[in-house]
Ligand binder design. Sequence first.
Ligand code: RRO
Length: 315
Amino acid sequence: MIMKKKIDISANINGIKLASCIMNASGVLCTTEVDLNKLIVSSSGAVVTKSCTLKPRKGNLEPRYFEWNMGSINSMGLPNLGIDFYLDFLEKKNHQKPFFLSISGLTIEENYILLHKANLSSHISAVELNLSCPNIIGKDQVLGYDFNNISKILENIFKFYKKPLGIKLPPYFENKHIQKMAFILNKYPISFVTCINSLPNGLFIDINKETVVIQPKMGFGGIGGKTIKPFALANIRQFYTYLRKEIPIIGCGGICSGEDIFEHILCGASAVQIGTQFIKEGVSIFDRLRKELVHLLQKKKYTSINRFIGKLNVF
Ligand code: RRO
């Protein structure tokens, strides 16, 4: 009998150990107690919570999410149960998996308050600070595009915040912007970078009805899914090139198969998050993707994802 070698798809994000490198993207089926419990018992390598604010929020008017064969558009508007809910949930839950608390304050000051609260919790593995929410009515500023303020914000944060901190970034469309952001991030003890959030300011149209498909913001929203994979790969690749090697990247954007995960890792991701396709399939997706990834690695004779992180060839 031929013994197949065990394929290792675990990940180590600056000391945070994930049995599988595949987890959910913040925002997707991770808002309520029911959602979070399902994620805990699933085969996702970690649980990422919906970005939270200080107070609970209902979010934008519905319809606020729409998907088609190539992607999704959303303008959820940060619906969440408030940070205390997520911290209480964790305190009560005796779980084994890494837990990433995503936060997205409506102001910089709110982010500081959220981080003060997170700092006191012994149950979170890291905070994922979302600098890339595109859908708040009346607030068009995506913090991740505000290069002038990021340094100051991070400087203030690391004066008091002592736990692992990851940063969730929006997509950038110019190499020099990625270089600039990486230069800033490299100065701080950041535990990981997640890229990318949805592509902001997209529009999808129903040709039969001659209308937009979501209600908030005249139909404009963040684009996710298959359509955005090339942008995710480019951002991961360029951040991998410019970030200090001690800052791992969690790739997010357009993953539907084990092959997509392979591409993210080849570009430089140490782990990956699943958004749109997780909404389509539910928690069983983590099993499917794990099987597809393991199968591909067997075919390619890789025993571990560590063998090819960032090893993309160029001509
Ligand atoms: O809630 C949202 O509208 C939302 C957020 Br916070 C985010 O970070 N990304 C996104 O596509 N939608």
